[in-house]
Each structure stands twice: as C-alpha cells, then as structure tokens.
Ligand binder design. Structure first.
Ligand SMILES: N[C@@H](CCC(=O)N[C@@H](CS)C(=O)NCC(=O)O)C(=O)O
Length: 407
C-alpha cells in the first residue's frame, strides 16, 4: 500500500530528493504530477491548498491523512519511517550535521543556481548582468562543497546519509545545465562525489539518465523579443496609445453556438474520459470549429524533457491573444535526449493560421487538420487530452512526461 502521495514533478530537484529517500526505504510514494507554479489552476485550488498552503511543490499527503510541506521536512519524515535507517547518522552530532547540509543545499545552493539557470531556461526574465552575478554567487557557494569533499568522502561521516542524497538530488538540474565539463574537471571532488551518489541503485531508480551539460546552456531570446533597429527620428512611428487596437481576425466569425469557454469549463471540472469527452463529442460542431494535430518540427533538437516542456509553456504564453479561439493540450513524450512534443488543439473556424500566428514561434510547429469522424483520430484526440496514455511511434513507446493545457 502506498505510504502517501507526493505532489511534485519527476524532473523537479526537490521532488527527486524525496523520491530517492523513499526508495532507499522501499517506501511506496504515489507521485501526483503537480506544476511548480503556485498560480496554476490545480495549485490554487482549495483542495491542494489544504495540503500545501502556498500552492508549492513538493507537498506530502500521507495515507493516514497527515500532511507536510517543505522538502527538508518531508525528506526527514520519509527517511525516519525506517527505524533502522543509517541515512540519519549515528549520533546527535551526525544528525545536526545532516540537517546543516540539507539546509545548505535547499537554502543556499539551489536558490543561487536557480538564479543562474532559470533565466537561461526562460523560466524567469533574462538580464545578462543579473545572470552573470547569479553565476558568480552560485559558484562561490558550491566552492564550500568542493572544499568539504576534498577532505571527506561523504558529507557526514563515513557512509552515505540523507545529506548526500538530498544535496545530489538538488544539484541534478544544476549539473544538467550549468556545471559544465570545464567546471567538472576543475572541481574533481564534487564531481566524484556526485557520480557516486547518482549511481546508487535507489537514485538510479528515480533518475535513470542523469544529464551532464557539456557547456553552460545558452540563452536564446524568443524571436519577437529582438528590438527592431531604431527608426530615423523623422520616420518615428506614432505612439502606440494613438493606434487603434487591432481586432483579432477570428472576431469576424461571430459568436459560435458552442462557446469555447463552456467546453473549457467541462474539461476543467469533469473527469476527461468519462464525462468531458462524451460531452465534447455531443456538442462539437465541425462547422464552427476544427481540430488540429500540432507537433513540434524540431524534435531531433530537443534535449532535456523539462526544457522541451518549457518550450511548450512559452508557446502557450505567446498564444494569449487567441485565448478566446483556442483550446488544446501539448505534451512532452519520452526521456531526456529522446523526446517529442505532440499536441491537439480545438480551433475556432476552419483554418489554423489566424489563431496561431499571434505567437512568433508558431512556425516551429506543423498543423494537420484532423478528421473527427475517424475512430482512430478520435482516440488520438482523447489520449492527448486525457494525459493518461503513452505515445507509440513505430516500435517505441514514449511516456507522457509533462505538458501544458491551453485553456
Ligand atoms: N521552502 C520550500 C520551497 C518550495 C518551492 O519553492 N517549490 C517550488 C518548486 S521547487 C515551487 O513550487 N514554486 C512555485 C511558485 O513559487 O509559484 C521547500 O523547501 O520545499
């Protein structure tokens, strides 16, 4: 029987730390995939807020009703379920030192490295000066680890403890993005230690293919963000305030008999397979709407699944101007270095371009109109919208790792 639910994401470092600790104890935790975004719909909901008052992950809900937030607290709680665990040290001093490293990893290392890689990943606004300063602060902080591990095999005592598991887990994204080859050869002690920890069976069971960045990942500005060259003063355009607000081309189609918001409500509030989809097929009017398979053109270039997911999130954010005319899901299927982005959208009207060309990166996707009368196509649409089915491409079965709903 499951010990409880862990709300989090499979590639979220804090979530990983708890899953590995649980694995060490052979404790079964049910991972409930929950966005790392306290304003997301599920995170803001009253039910989740009972478990996680700030709407953050990770959050724990025991089978016995006990709830807990804060990664350190959850990791200790899960580890201490095994009375004989060695992961919490032998003495009071060991235990205090373990808590010291948990706190250092969670409160010093992770936020500083996040300040470096999050803007590079597009998760926070990019500003070169801030990122450079973030990098410096992060590297100064991890120097503490390198010094300690030059003199010690593990963080506390002579064997692996929760301090090692937790700190290594919190560094998974850091090694995947900014602690590149050059840094690793200049910091052999941390690199040796990290390799030892991630190669433990319990760690491998959670992170099968840990990623090592060859070079620090690069920030690439979304196309439309590039500022146009300054026009000569004489030709300066009129201030935007004077220009009339352009109408969306799909406004010309008038009001549909099925308001898209009604469908979005069904989708959000009802079980997708048993209630929402039957409702959709009953109410779908192909004269007012069309259905589209929307796939990423450059799957071969995708590397880490969370970066692919980030790409989808950015695309959806840039579709904002068409929110009244679109609904859809796009998901990342596969594993790091072998993943694809697939999606299905409901679009007002019979063309895809008017709804999608509000996003500068829409040309990175292919748009194929779907025939809703075909049973296999219907199943594909349902699978993509229900999030519960892996994608089969040829001989390969790719699991649904993450994604975004545009609604
Ligand atoms: N102090 C908390 C921090 C939790 C936290 O910030 N979680 C992030 C993901 S790692 C999150 O849910 N962020 C969403 C948000 O702040 O909106 C802990 O140690 O568990």
């Amino acid at each position: 029987m499951s010990f409880g639910k862990l709300y989090g994401l499979p590639d979220n470092p804090r979530t990983i730390s708890i899953l590995v600790a649980a694995k060490h104890n052979d404790l079964d935790l049910e991972l409930v995939k929950t966005a790392a975004n306290s304003s997301a719909e599920f995170n803001s909901g009253a039910e989740f807020r009972k478990v996680s008052p700030q709407g953050k992950i990770p959050a724990f809900e025991g089978a016995n009703g006990y709830t807990l937030t804060e990664a350190i607290a959850i990791a200790i709680y899960v580890t201490s379920q095994n009375e004989k665990t060695t992961l919490l040290g032998k003495t009071k001093q060991d235990y205090a030192s373990i808590v010291r490293w948990l706190s250092f990893a969670n409160g010093e290392l992770l936020p500083r490295f996040g300040g470096w890689y999050r803007p590079l990943l597009g998760l926070e606004p990019y500003n070169k000066k801030t990122v450079d300063e973030g990098a410096k602060a992060a590297l100064n902080t991890i120097a503490v680890l390198e010094a300690h591990l030059t003199a010690n095999t593990y963080l506390v005592g002579e064997r692996i403890t929760l301090a090692d598991i937790f700190t290594a887990a919190l560094l998974t994204r850091t090694f995947a993005t900014v602690l590149d080859k050059a840094w690793r050869s200049a910091n052999p002690a941390t690199t040796r230690w990290y390799n030892t920890i991630i190669n433990q069976a319990a760690f491998k069971a959670v992170v099968a293919n840990p990623v090592f960045a060859e070079e620090v990942i690069k920030y690439t500005a979304p196309k439309k963000e590039e500022k146009p060259k300054a026009a000569p003063a004489a030709e300066a355009p009129k201030p935007a305030a004077e220009a009339p607000k352009p109408k969306h081309p799909l406004e010309a189609l008038g009001k549909p008999t099925l308001p898209i918001d009604e469908w979005k409500r069904q989708y959000s509030n009802e079980d997708t397979r048993t209630v929402a989809m039957p409702w959709f097929w009953q109410n779908y009017n192909p004269e007012e709407y069309s259905l589209w398979k929307v796939d990423y053109k450059y799957d071969d270039e995708l590397k880490l699944t969370f970066m692919a997911n980030n790409l989808v999130g950015g695309f959806h954010a840039r579709l904002e101007a068409s929110r009244k005319y679109l609904f859809g899901c796009q998901a990342v299927f596969g594993v790091n270095y072998d993943c694809v982005i697939r999606g299905v959208f409901l679009v007002r009207g019979q063309e895809s371009a008017p709804a999608f060309d509000v996003a500068p990166d829409w040309e990175s996707y292919t748009f194929e109109k779907l025939d809703h009368n075909d049973p296999a196509t219907r199943k594909y649409i349902e699978d993509l919208w229900a999030w519960d089915t892996p994608l089969v491409i040829g001989e390969k079965t790719l699991e649904n790792v993450d994604g975004h709903v545009f609604k």
